[in-house]
Design a protein around this ligand. Structure first.
Ligand code: UD1
Ligand code: CA
Length: 466
């Protein structure tokens, strides 16, 4: 269900498209359905339907990646007449023989194991409700049993419809159920809106199941994070923290040394080999792999990158591989204040220092660019030293061209290498040169104005003020 408005987000963006850990809320829910090996997820949209559908459709392709048979379907609910009415819209998209798991697009952190247990409790014959005890159950549907504590579930009564006695019940419905599809369809057809809110309540299927003699079970969990919905920016931030804390604990259990688990954000998949350490305020996005003994300094943002064993990423480094990825070789040193962009491939023991940008370039083992440099569309050989302030001029205003710097070349400071150009192995380029022609191996190339000096020259004298 993802048709609701989400007024309290006070945002133009539909609520379910707000991001938690870098993924839309509803994407978490669809991914949970996929992890549950559902054959199909039917997303019920309404407010912002086109935006929600477009955002989710963009990610359906990813299912093939998992080798799963998973379909994504959309149905529209307009207007929104309640959760029962919402699920009624999905009926034509549901097969008769399956189990339907009803999820909310704004409840992102339900664990797959919890849903598996709920599906098992349903077993194709039982209506299984995910429930939880709340100290303050205000606003939630209450689980009404034959006798207060342990009896069979009789009904869910919405807060607004509940009597004082029912409002004292602390066991609430989470909004998540697993139900045999065929029975669900029959019950949905019998819902009415005779209640305080004048809505079609999905929760009324419980009464109908009871009157049909279909068993109803409550599968109670104790972790509120798994059933927490997002209605406001405050709740979104709280759930983000809960998610990040859990992820940080998992990493530390694997042996990763986090300087402070409260100052780490993983918005994607981070995998770490043994003896990785991560200082404070680092953000990891997309797919990031850290090899054995990798050290990440404070305040780094790293996305879509593979960093090999023993590499050290110094503070304030920004790495974003986007689609092409970034690779950092074994024992390489990067930063502080370095920027690695898509297609940067650094070999073993490469050094990239402060204010150096590398894009779509390969640096062979031992190459160094330690200060204030740009390497774009370049192939850099082993042990090359690329001087401070030097750049590859890879773009002529229309097209990009490659620069090839062969092994053991020394490029002095403040040089411009105008691509396409090749610097032969072992050559040297004098500081301040603009190189437009390829150079021979072993040659010294200098391309700058010749120095001239005027002996005993005096600076102009200061003109007295009038
Ligand atoms: C619902 C349950 C309540 C439960 C609570 C848990 C009903 C009648 N009540 O409450 O027992 O304790 O969830 O959070 O089901 N939605 C639609 N179309 C609609 C109405 C809602 O798609 O017409 C979606 C919302 O966007 C949301 C989800 O359904 O994702 C739940 O709606 P919400 O209004 O939050 O639930 P309540 O009715 O308050
Ligand atoms: Ca509501």
């Amino acid at each position: 269900m993802a048709a609701g408005k989400g007024t309290r987000m006070k945002s133009r963006l539909p609520k379910v498209l707000h991001r938690l850990a870098g993924r839309a809320l509803v994407q978490h829910v669809v991914d949970a359905a996929r992890a549950l090996q559902a054959r199909k997820a039917v997303v019920i949209t309404g407010h912002g339907a086109t935006e929600v559908e477009a955002a989710l459709a963009m990610n359906t392709g990813a299912a093939a990646e998992f080798g799963l048979n998973f379909a994504l379907d959309f149905v529209r609910q307009e207007p929104q007449l309640g959760t029962g009415h919402a699920v009624q819209q999905a009926v034509p998209a549901l097969a008769d023989d399956g189990i339907v798991v009803v999820l909310s697009g704004d409840v992102p952190l339900t664990r797959v194991e919890t849903l598996q247990a709920l599906v098992a409790a349903c077993g194709g014959t039982t209506l299984a409700l995910l429930t939880i005890d709340f100290a303050d159950p205000t606003g939630y549907g209450r689980i009404v049993r034959t006798d207060a504590a342990q009896g069979a579930v009789q009904a869910i009564v919405e807060h607004k419809d509940a009597s004082e006695v029912q409002r004292a019940i602390r066991e609430v419905y989470s909004g998540i159920m697993a139900v045999p599809a065929q029975q669900l369809k029959g019950w949905l057809a019998r819902l009415d809106n005779h209640n305080v809110q004048g809505e079609y309540y999905l929760t009324d299927v419980v009464k109908l199941a009871v009157s049909d003699g279909v068993p109803v079970v409550a599968h109670k969990i104790s972790d509120p994070v798994q059933v927490a919905g997002v209605n406001s920016p405050v709740q979104l931030a709280e759930l983000e923290r809960a998610y990040q804390r859990q992820g940080a604990l998992v990493l530390m259990e694997q042996g990763v040394r986090l300087a402070d688990p409260a100052r780490l954000d993983v918005r994607g998949a981070l995998s770490c080999a043994q003896d990785v350490s991560i200082d404070v305020n680092c953000i990891f996005e997309g797919r990031v792999e850290l090899g054995e003994g990798v050290q990440i300094g404070a305040n780094c943002v790293i996305a879509n990158a593979r960093i090999a064993a023993g590499a050290v990423i110094h503070p304030f480094t920004h790495i974003d591989g986007e689609k092409a990825g970034v690779t950092v070789g074994e024992g390489a040193l990067v930063g502080p204040f370095a920027r690695l962009r898509p297609g940067a491939v650094l070999g073993a023991q490469v050094h990239i220092g402060n204010f150096v940008e590398v894009k779509n370039s390969t640096l062979a083992a031992g190459a160094k660019a330690n200060h204030l440099a740009y390497l774009g569309d370049a192939t850099v050989g082993e042990r090359v030293n690329f001087g401070a302030g030097s750049i590859t001029a890879n773009y002529d205003g229309s097209n990009k061209h490659r620069t090839v710097i062969e092994a053991d070349v020394h490029v002095g400071s403040n040089c411009v290498l105008v691509a396409p150009v090749t610097l032969g192995a072992g050559g040297t380029v004098g500081g301040g040169s603009t190189i437009t022609k390829s150079t021979e191996p072993g040659a010294l190339s200098v391309a700058r104005g010749k120095q001239s000096s005027l002996a005993n020259w005096s600076r102009p004298a200061k003109i007295p003020k009038a």
